[in-house]
Write a protein that binds this ligand. Structure first.
Ligand code: ZN
Length: 158
């Protein structure tokens, strides 16, 4: 299995064996992992939405626990449904129990965007455990279409 890393300069996906980023030419060997995560976390608040979405996605891929409070904040307060969606999925991938409250709130709130409710259901399925199962059970009543699918698929594959 080849390990994927992310260029600390342009955030392109790179192969771990590459020494120079093929997209921007940055020196990957000088990659500072801690500084990299801090940079990603601050990019969650980037004015360019695609940058914020990409940062949230990468934080999920690298399971960056240090980003959990900020991802929770973005999920709760960003006006952008796409950022909320990616933040919810990232919280699921990171798997921190601290995210269960906000994910539950988003899933059960009928005024949440549908893509955010679906992502929250998937994230709760990824985190797992009794509290998540109970919320998914509650949410399954009255759910239909893609939301129901997101809830029930995870239930069958714990
Ligand atoms: Zn690069």
């Amino acid at each position: 299995m080849s390990i994927t890393i992310f260029c600390p300069s342009c955030w392109s996906e790179c192969k771990a064996k590459e020494k120079i980023c093929p997209s921007c030419g940055a020196d990957l060997e000088s990659l500072d992992k801690r500084g990299f995560s801090e940079k990603l976390i601050s990019a969650l608040y980037h004015p360019e939405p695609l940058t914020a979405v990409r940062a949230a996605w990468i934080l999920g891929q690298i399971k960056e626990k240090a980003a959990v409070p900020q991802l929770i904040e973005v999920l709760s307060s960003s006006p952008d449904p796409y950022i909320q969606e990616v933040a919810a999925l990232a919280l699921g991938k990171i798997g921190d129990g601290k995210a269960v409250d906000v994910l539950s709130k988003k899933l059960l709130d009928l005024n949440s965007y549908l893509i955010v409710r679906i992502a929250s259901a998937e994230a709760l399925g990824m985190i797992g455990g009794e509290a998540c199962e109970a919320v998914l059970e509650t949410a399954s009543h009255g759910a239909d279409g893609a939301l129901k699918e997101a809830i029930t698929t995870k239930k069958d594959n714990p």
